[in-house]
Design a protein around this ligand. Structure first.
Ligand code: GLA
Length: 392
């Protein structure tokens, strides 16, 4: 979808196209570092070229009209009403949540939000763990703040998107998704420490290889999944560790060596496994980023596989479909790294595959996956794109 096609579509929905501006925000894939973000650890995501487009024009009557080319539900709200999450508003709860947070951000700026017509179009598969919701949040934040004439720094829009998800939608996610879709950079991944938000861009030079995302097509309901349960298990583990290592603020602060010294204090076997995953995964992100910088793709791929196995055996968030993809992908010639990506419980796998073996990879994985699950996987050979921006 390009800007003029979207403007054309906007005209069909709203009857005019004067003054329309077009914005884009990507989806993301996390290369390694899973379930570490809400533990103050490291993650290593990259923005995709798949994403969400928004065509928007200002109004002067405080009304916000939301429409989507993907879903039939249309919603109108006024910036003067109390905005709440409503089941019948479906997808529009995300932009409503962002609007609500924008209005709360600064009393002084609130009057600048005078209303807008906005049409969204997205090509990220929904609920597949590629951050379609963070993408929708960031494109809305950027569009509404830009129409209001405010230049809110991207990092503030990132935090605001997470608040919308936590406070308005009620999903207790970490910062990774919003950060990746807001701050992404073409051909780079971001190594981010999630408590301090210190980060660096790392070039993804994978010449001769492709990143292939495979969607299990098993829907992953993040809100009603075990996600929040994992968070509380980590919090319980942290409390015990802090009694022995008082300098520790989050599990992301604990080195594997320190862990070896304190693991025995966690008596609950489940909690011990959860915490072990987080601490080891954190070290894997650092090692993986180093391997990528040194162009050692085989070593990078090995980290990806270890990550999956830890998420399967210790954190227990993979499940039959993701494990089936992992097994199938691991066996394909030329696939040097493979793992689940995102929250787990369904969603997507990401694999590093030799370019000339990509077609064979798709064929073999497809056959084995269909045979075992009766679901059809969908493949995306992905490129790493930029973060949220206005399209001129
Ligand atoms: C989801 C959440 C992220 C992160 C991942 C797991 O994508 O939105 O904040 O916790 O799961 O790494």
């Amino acid at each position: 979808m390009n800007s003029s096609e979207l403007k054309h579509l906007f005209r069909e929905y709203f009857g005019y196209d004067d003054g329309v501006r077009v914005f884009f925000s990507p989806g993301r894939v996390n290369l390694i570092g899973e379930h570490t973000d809400y533990n103050g650890g490291y993650v290593f995501p990259a923005a995709l070229t798949y994403g969400t487009w928004a065509a928007a024009a200002p109004r002067d009557d405080s009304t916000y009209n939301f429409a989507s080319a993907n879903f039939p539900t249309r919603v109108s709200v006024s910036s003067s009403e109390k905005l709440t999450c409503k089941k019948e508003d479906d997808w529009a709860n995300y932009p409503k949540g962002v609007l609500s947070e924008l209005l709360a951000l600064s009393e002084k700026d609130a009057p600048m939000y005078t209303g807008a017509d906005i049409l969204f179009y997205g090509n990220i598969p929904n609920g597949a763990g590629l951050s379609s919701s963070a993408s929708l949040e960031l494109v809305t934040g950027l569009a509404f703040s830009s129409l209001a004439g405010l230049e809110i720094p991207m990092i503030e829009l990132v935090k605001l998107g997470q608040r919308a998800e936590n406070n308005f939608i009620g999903v207790n996610c970490g910062i990774m998704d919003q950060f990746a879709v807001g701050m992404g950079k073409e051909n780079h991944a971001m190594m981010l420490k999630c408590d301090t938000l210190d980060f660096q861009y790392v070039p993804v030079n994978i010449e001769g290889y492709k990143l292939v995302i495979t969607n299990t097509n098993k829907r992953r309901g993040l809100a009603d999944s075990k996600y929040n349960e994992r968070r509380s298990e980590c919090e319980a583990g942290l409390k015990i560790i802090q009694q022995h290592l008082p300098h520790v603020r989050s599990l992301g602060d604990v080195s594997y060596e320190e862990w070896m010294g304190v693991s025995r204090f966690i008596e609950n076997e489940t909690i011990r496994r959860r915490v072990k995953h987080v601490i080891a995964e954190n070290e894997r992100v650092l090692a993986a980023a180093k391997h990528l910088k040194e162009n050692d793709l085989l070593a990078f791929g090995k980290m990806m596989k270890q990550s999956h196995e830890s998420l399967r055996d210790l954190y227990e968030v993979t499940g039959f479909e993701l494990d089936t993809l992992y097994e199938a992908a691991s066996k394909v010639k030329g696939c040097i790294g493979t793992r689940m990506t995102g929250a787990g419980f369904g969603g997507c796998n990401v694999s590093l595959v030799k370019e000339e073996e990509v077609e064979n990879f798709k064929r073999e994985v497809f056959e084995k996956y269909v045979e075992k699950t009766s679901l059809h996987p969908v493949f995306y050979v992905c490129e790493i794109g930029d973060g949220a921006k206005e399209l001129i």
